[in-house]
Design a protein around this ligand. Structure first.
Ligand SMILES: Cc1cc2nc3c(=O)[nH]c(=O)nc-3n(C[C@H](O)[C@H](O)[C@H](O)COP(=O)(O)OP(=O)(O)OC[C@H]3O[C@@H](n4cnc5c(N)ncnc54)[C@H](O)[C@@H]3O)c2cc1C
Length: 396
């Protein structure tokens, strides 16, 4: 049997695992790392976006080399209003993520194309039979079972195109909800990476996790055609089905499938309950861990569990909003809720995305929430009325 040793083994080289490795390499170069990823590329196949106000200066600094683009404004479009907002918006790509990590880490710290079979607080068994002994193990292998939680789904297909002529988009469109409303709340999302390159994502806030990729690809084609954009080349496609969490039993979620190791990323529930986005939480956790002082398996586990519980508690307001969206509102009413949200103060919107809403923000978001009648909203909030369903993933 092959054997390896390291101070910290990071299981999964996706967003959370990669950022933990990067932060440790920067702040704790004395520690030997091993990041184990089943795919050949670190970071999978993603365009990850976030608002610069989601991250504090130290986090922004860590992410900067991974950025493929930054824009100073973005647009939203709804049937009743359009708006241009002035907030820096950035996108990272998996290609850059992989390249930056390979440059920052020692070659022996990356084991890609190798799956983890089993793990404990201090040991990892790999698919080829190698046994890794580590001072501490942290599991970031992506979301596991969410059936102990309730809510709905944010699902999407994103396609990056090279067009035959410039598209004329000056800035991202973070929501274009003027499109036909089907399968819950639907919007298109557009990122102009270059004059002739655009990333288009068709997104749904749906009760159902089924993703009909060919159908959504045809809707993206229709969006292109409606704008007179002719495609030279399809560069890439990605898709996702992400939970929007409205409630549930965090302790069961944490224990499900065993709780033998420390955990981070979506596996630890570290994402925004309503937007499902996890870049801000992934970078915050990575930096907090790198500044922590104990890296043995038991300390890492205690640290990550405490952090994840704290995150769950801090997200209670956003879970209540998810409950209103998926329980209080009927699918066809979701558009009006988002449309109204985007009339609010830009700083309130920034704080909402970064999960740092103030008390006044929370009141303001709820005050006069249309179009849910107050008795129905109260029924959902008190648990006596319409509730979101358990999150049963039915597959892509
Ligand atoms: C297509 C897509 C786009 C998204 N866009 C955004 C966005 O713009 N902004 C945002 O904030 N969030 C976005 N998200 C949501 C969230 O940020 C991502 O899902 C994020 O990648 C989650 O990070 P993670 O590290 O928890 O999981 P992942 O990034 O999925 O990483 C888990 C890694 O573990 C590996 N793995 C799994 N099992 C094993 C095993 N047995 N052995 C070894 N390795 C294993 C996987 O291959 C994967 O690389 C997006 C999600 C998707 C799917």
């Amino acid at each position: 049997m092959n054997a390896r040793r390291c101070d910290i083994a990071i299981l999964g080289g996706g967003l959370a695992g990669g950022l933990i490795a990067l932060a440790l390499a920067r702040y704790r170069p004395d520690l030997s790392l091993l990041i184990v990823e089943q795919d050949t590329r670190l970071g999978g196949n993603h365009v990850w976006s976030f608002f610069e106000t989601d991250a504090d200066p130290e986090a922004t600094e860590l992410l900067r080399p991974m950025l493929a683009a930054t824009w100073t404004h973005y647009n939203v479009h709804f049937p009743r209003h359009s708006r241009k907002l002035h907030t820096n918006y950035s996108a990272m790509t998996s290609e850059r993520f992989d390249a930056v990590l390979r440059e920052a880490l020692r070659p022996e710290a990356i084991l890609s194309g190798q799956a983890v079979k089993a793990c404990s607080e201090t040991e990892v068994m790999l698919g080829d039979g190698t046994l890794v002994s580590a001072g501490g193990v942290i599991d970031t292998r992506g979301l596991r079972n969410v059936s102990h939680l309730t809510g709905g789904w944010q699902k999407f297909v994103g396609r990056k195109f090279r067009l035959k002529a410039p598209h004329g988009l000056e800035r991202p469109i973070v929501m274009d909800a003027t499109v036909e409303q089907v399968d819950g709340y639907r919007f298109m999302y557009a990122l102009p990476f270059a004059d002739d390159i655009v990333f288009l994502e068709d997104t749904y806030y749906s009760d159902d996790s089924t993703l009909d990729r060919p159908l959504i690809e045809r809707r993206i084609d229709a969006y292109l055609a409606a704008r007179g954009w002719e495609v030279e080349e399809l560069i890439n496609e990605e898709y996702g089905v992400l939970p929007v969490v409205a409630g549930g039993d965090f302790a069961k979620f944490w224990r499900d499938g065993g709780d033998e190791t420390a955990r981070a990323g979506s596996r630890a529930g570290l994402f925004h309950s309503l937007t499902s986005y996890s870049v801000p939480d992934a970078v915050r956790f990575a930096l907090a861990l790198a500044h922590h002082d104990a890296f043995d398996g038991a300390s890492l586990k205690a640290f990550s569990e405490k952090w994840a519980k704290g995150h769950w508690e801090n997200q209670s307001y956003y879970r209540m909003l998810s409950a209103l969206l998926f329980g209080g509102a009927y699918p066809e009413e979701r558009l009006r809720i988002l449309e109204r949200f985007y009339t609010l103060n830009p700083q309130l919107i920034e704080r909402f995305y970064s999960g740092r809403s103030t008390r006044f923000d929370k009141f303001r978001i709820l005050a006069g929430i249309p179009p849910i009648p107050i008795p129905r909203a109260l029924g959902t909030i008190t648990g006596l009325g319409r509730q979101p369903a358990p999150l049963n993933f039915s597959g892509v």
